[in-house]
Design a protein around this ligand. Structure first.
Ligand code: WTA
Length: 641
C-alpha cells in the first residue's frame, strides 16, 4: 500500500473542530464523559422537552437508551424549524434521467408536500407506531414519504427499488406494514423497472396491507385495479396543507431498514428517534464541515442506509440543499456525474468507491472536459477504497484541492464511525481514519483478546454511541446473538481492520460471510438458498472474491442433482432464480458446477478454500487442509480454473 499522507489545512475550516489539537481534546472529552459531551451536542436539535438521562443501559445487557424522557419530532427538526428564516431556500434539487428534467423544492414547498401526504396517511388509518413500506425510485416523493411518516410517528421501511417482488414481500410480512407507497415505474438509463407490478405480486401474500399509494410517474392511469389502490397525486391534491407534528419520545422507533448478515434472512435494523437524528446531524456537520447554502450531492439510493442518514436526515436537519439524481452515472455517457456537478454547482460529492473505479476506467478525459470548480469536498463510503483509486479521485476529480473524506460505518451504526474530518485530520489514502467523537473502536483477536497499538484484528466498539441500532425488529435475541455475544462487552462489526502507529484505521473487509459487491451488502446464505430453491440443485456454496470494479464479485459453486444436464441454459436458470428471489444486485458473476464441496469432517463448508480457488491461489496458498473430510476435492476444484 502507498503510504502517502496529505496534511490538513486548518485555515480552511469553517466550524469546529477547528484543528487537530481541537479534535484530540474533544475526542478525549467525548470518551471520558459521553453523557456531558452528547448533552452539549444535543443543542443541535430542537426538543419539545429535554431529557432526564442522557445515556442508560449498556452493551452487555443490550438495553442502551439515549435521551430518555425527552420529546421531539424528526420532521420538525428536518423541515419546520427551518421555515422561520429559510422557507424559500432550496431543500431539494431533483435531477431526472434527462438533462432538462429538473425540479426544485424550497423548504416551504417540501413542508407543504409532507403535510399533505401525512394527512393522506392519517386518513388511511395510519397512526403512530404503524409501519409503512416505501418502494420508490430516486424521486422527491421518496424523501417526502419518509418525512411524512416521521411527522406522524409512523415507522418507515424503505425497500430498495432493485429488490424483487419476493424480497419486498418478505419485508412487508416481517414488519406487518399497513400501507405501501410506490410508483408505476422507475427509469434508470434506458431501462424501466415495473415497481407497481412487483407490489402487486408481493401483495398476493400480505394481508396486513390495506392501502397502496401509487405515484403515476409515467402517466399511467391509476384506476383502482385493486380495491386498496389509491392515486398518490390525486390524494395529496385533495389533502389539507396543515398537519401537526406528533410528539415522539426519544426512543420511539423512527425506521426499520433491512440488511444482510452471515446467516438467515436479512435483518430489520431498528433505529430510534433522538439518538439517530442527533448522531446523523452532528456527524454530517462536523465531518464535512457543511456550510449553509452549499449544494450537497449524495449518490446513494434512498433504499440504503447512506440514503437515509446522509441524503435525508443528517443534511436536512442541518438545513442543507441536497441534490438527488434518478438516473445512472453512465447515461448518456460516463461524464454525467461531472456534468451534473457543473450544472448545479455541487460543492460536496459523496459516493462509493465502486462508482469511482468504474468512472476511472474511462480515463481522465470525460472528467477533464468538465470544470468541477464548485467542488470543495469529496466523500466516499461503502467499501474499502484502493489507494490508487483514492489518488485518482483526489487528483483528477478534485484537481488536488478537495479533501477526500473516507467514512467507515454501517447500517447498524446509523452514522460515521471511523472517518477523516475535513481539514482537521491528515488524509491517508486507503485509511478510513480516526474515530468520530464518542466512538471507541478496539481490535480483538479471534479469542477476544484486546490487541494494542499497531495491529490488526476484528474491529469492535467498546462504548455505545447515539446512532447505534437498538434491536433487530421483532427479534431482540438475534440482535444480541449477532452483535453483542461474539465478544462480550463489545459491539461486533463483522469487519477486519488494521491500526497504524498513529491510530489510523484501515478497513480490510468483512470477516464474516457477507459479500460487499459494488457497495451492496449481500449474505452468502441468501444467495445459496435462492440457488438451491431450484429443484435441479442439491447444494450450493457462495463466496466473494476480489473484483477489479465491484470490490468483491460473487462466485457460486453448485452441485446439481444426479442426472441433471449441465449447460448454459442451466446457468441462466440459476441466475434468474437469484434475480427472482433477491434482485439483480445479487446475481453471481461466476457459477461453477461441481460434484462436491470442501467440507470439514463435521460438515462445515470451508469457504476460505473456495475463495482462494476463485482468486487463482496456488495449492500452497490454500492454507491448512488437514481438516478436510475428502482431500481429493482439491484436485477437482483446481481443475475448474
Ligand atoms: C463496508 C454502508 C471500508 C464495511 C454505510 C461495513 C466500508 C459495510 C466503508 C457496511 C469504508 C462501509 N471503508 N469498508 N469507508 N464503509 N464499508 O451496512 O464492510 O451497507 O461493514 O453500510 O460496508 O455496509 P452497509
Amino acid at each position: 500500500m502507498l503510504e502517502k499522507t496529505y496534511l490538513a489545512d486548518a485555515n480552511k475550516r469553517a466550524s469546529g473542530p477547528y484543528n487537530f489539537a481541537d479534535y484530540l481534546k474533544q475526542y478525549q472529552f467525548s470518551i471520558e464523559k459521553p453523557a456531558e459531551f452528547w448533552a452539549e451536542q444535543a443543542q443541535a436539535l430542537a426538543w419539545y422537552k429535554p431529557w432526564d438521562t442522557v445515556l442508560s443501559g449498556d452493551l452487555v445487557q443490550a438495553n442502551v437508551r439515549w435521551f430518555e424522557g425527552a420529546l421531539l419530532n424528526v420532521c420538525f427538526n428536518c423541515v419546520d424549524r427551518h421555515l422561520v428564516n429559510s422557507a424559500n431556500e432550496t431543500a431539494i434539487i431533483w435531477q431526472g434521467n434527462e438533462f432538462e428534467q429538473v425540479k426544485y423544492f424550497t423548504y416551504a414547498q417540501l413542508h407543504e408536500q409532507i403535510c399533505r401526504l401525512a394527512n393522506v396517511l392519517l386518513s388511511k388509518g395510519i397512526s403512530k407506531g404503524d409501519r409503512v413500506c416505501i418502494y420508490l425510485p430516486m424521486i422527491p416523493e421518496a424523501i417526502i414519504s419518509m418525512l411524512a411518516c416521521a411527522r406522524i410517528g409512523a415507522v418507515h421501511t424503505v425497500v430498495f427499488a432493485g429488490f424483487s417482488a419476493e424480497s419486498l414481500q418478505s419485508r412487508i410480512q416481517d414488519t406487518q406494514c399497513k400501507l405501501v407507497i410506490t410508483a408505476d415505474e422507475a427509469v434508470r438509463g434506458n431501462k424501466s423497472v415495473p415497481l407497481k407490478l412487483n407490489v402487486d405480486l408481493a401483495l398476493k401474500n400480505c394481508s396486513s396491507v390495506t392501502t397502496v399509494l401509487v405515484i403515476a410517474k409515467m402517466g399511467a392511469e391509476i384506476n383502482g385495479q385493486h380495491e386498496w389502490e389509491v392515486d398518490y397525486r390525486a390524494a395529496i391534491a385533495d389533502a389539507d396543507i396543515n398537519c401537526p407534528c406528533v410528539v415522539m419520545a426519544a426512543e420511539d422507533p423512527l425506521f426499520i431498514l433491512y440488511t444482510s448478515g452471515s446467516t438467515g434472512k436479512p435483518k430489520g435494523v431498528l433505529h430510534t428517534t433522538a439518538g439517530y437524528l442527533l448522531y446523523t446531524t452532528v456527524t454530517f456537520k462536523q465531518v464535512f464541515d457543511y456550510r449553509l447554502n452549499e449544494i450537497y450531492w449524495c449518490t446513494a439510493d434512498v433504499g440504503w442506509i447512506t440514503g437515509h442518514s446522509y441524503m435525508v436526515y443528517g443534511p436536512l436537519a442541518n438545513r442543507a440543499t441536497i441534490l438527488i439524481y434518478e438516473g445512472i452515472p453512465t447515461y448518456p455517457d460516463v461524464s454525467r456525474c461531472w456534468q451534473i456537478i457543473d450544472q448545479h454547482k455541487v460543492n460536496i460529492f459523496y459516493t462509493a468507491p465502486t462508482l469511482i473505479r468504474m468512472l476511472m476506467r474511462s480515463g481522465n478525459e470525460p472528467v477533464q472536459q468538465t470544470k468541477r470548480s464548485s467542488l470543495r469536498l469529496l466523500g466516499t463510503v461503502g467499501e474499502p477504497i484502493n489507494p490508487e483509486v483514492w489518488e485518482w479521485y483526489y487528483q483528477v476529480v478534485g484537481a488536488e484541492h478537495c479533501p477526500v473524506i473516507d467514512t467507515w460505518w454501517q447500517t447498524e451504526t446509523g452514522g460515521f464511525m471511523l472517518t477523516a474530518f475535513a481539514e482537521v485530520t491528515s488524509l491517508k489514502p486507503g485509511y478510513a481514519g480516526l474515530p468520530f467523537f464518542g466512538v471507541k473502536p478496539a481490535l480483538v483477536d479471534n479469542a477476544g483478546k484486546l490487541l494494542m497499538g499497531e495491529n490488526s484484528g476484528n474491529l469492535v466498539m467498546a462504548q455505545s454511541w447515539p446512532g447505534q441500532m437498538r434491536t433487530v425488529y421483532g427479534d431482540h435475541q438475534r440482535y444480541i446473538d449477532t452483535y453483542l455475544t461474539q465478544f462480550p462487552g463489545y459491539y461486533y462489526t463483522g469487519d477486519g481492520a488494521l491500526r497504524d502507529a498513529q491510530g489510523f484505521f484501515c478497513i480490510t473487509g468483512r470477516v464474516d460471510d457477507v459479500i460487499n459487491t459494488a457497495g451492496h451488502r449481500i449474505g452468502t446464505a441468501e444467495i445459496e438458498s435462492a440457488l438451491v430453491s431450484n429443484s435441479q440443485m442439491a447444494e450450493a456454496a457462495v463466496v466473494g472474491y476480489n473484483h477489479p470494479l465491484k470490490g468483491q464479485g460473487i462466485c457460486a459453486f453448485v452441485i446439481p442433482k444426479q442426472g441433471v444436464i449441465v449447460d448454459e441454459a442451466l446457468k441462466e436458470t440459476l441466475l434468474k432464480e437469484v434475480v427472482q428471489h433477491i434482485g439483480a444486485i445479487a446475481k453471481p458473476d461466476i457459477i461453477y458446477f461441481v460434484n462436491n464441496l470442501p467440507k470439514t469432517r463435521s460438515g462445515k463448508i470451508m469457504r476460505r478454500i473456495l475463495r482462494k480457488i476463485v482468486e487463482g491461489g496456488a495449492i500452497k496458498d490454500l492454507g491448512d487442509l488437514s481438516t478436510l473430510a475428502e482431500p481429493d476435492i482439491i484436485k477437482e476444484l483446481l481443475a475448474l480454473r
